[in-house]
Ligand binder design. Structure first.
Ligand code: 4NP
Length: 172
């Protein structure tokens, strides 16, 4: 049973064809594995609109398929003003994405914007842009996104927790 049953998360990168569609697909799969898919609203977007309407990059589709996920139905879009109202959590893939989001966000939405890996794992690190590199860059992105998605799910849907005393908590 999720502790916070209603959560919405927007994953953001530059083009919304490489990293954020993969993050959306992987986090959706993690939520499905944990039985909380119906409790989350997920989407992804880009700070740039050059690829609006496009499918994810074939290399992102391929690495997702390799891990049993179909992200081919996603379509790229640019971040819009309503996103800052609609989503509880807006996670940039790298620090330039976060800076760009902070520049366009209304003041009251700024606290929703975080660096994905830092928010999920506590480690201040970027998911690097793989667009101009080879397929190994996409495998790296997949690994980072998978680890961060597991950590994000732990954080949002607190599983049976072991408190700091080291004793499992009871329901009473
Ligand atoms: P993404 O990768 O931000 O992970 O979707 C990119 C995709 C396209 C471009 C840059 C990064 N581009 O310059 O077109």
């Amino acid at each position: 049973m999720p502790a916070k049953p209603e959560t919405s998360v927007l994953f953001v990168c530059l083009g919304n064809i490489c990293r954020s569609p993969l993050a959306e697909g992987v986090f959706r799969a993690v939520c499905t594995e944990r039985g909380v898919e119906s409790a989350v609203l997920l989407d992804s977007a880009g700070t740039g609109g050059w690829h609006a309407g496009s499918s994810p990059d074939p290399r992102s589709i391929a690495i997702a398929a390799h891990h049993g996920m179909d992200i081919s139905g996603q379509r790229a879009r640019k971040v819009v003003a309503e996103d800052f109202d609609r989503f509880d959590l807006i996670l940039g893939m790298d620090r330039s994405n976060v800076d760009d989001l902070l520049r366009i966000a209304p003041a009251e939405a700024r606290q929703k914007i975080h660096l994905f890996l830092e928010y999920a794992t506590g480690r201040r690190a970027d998911v690097p842009d793989p667009y101009y590199g080879g397929p190994e860059g996409f495998a790296d992105v997949y690994r980072m996104v998978r680890n961060a998605s597991e950590a994000l799910a732990d954080k949002l849907f607190e599983r049976a927790e072991v408190p700091e005393s080291g004793q499992a908590s009871s329901m009473t």
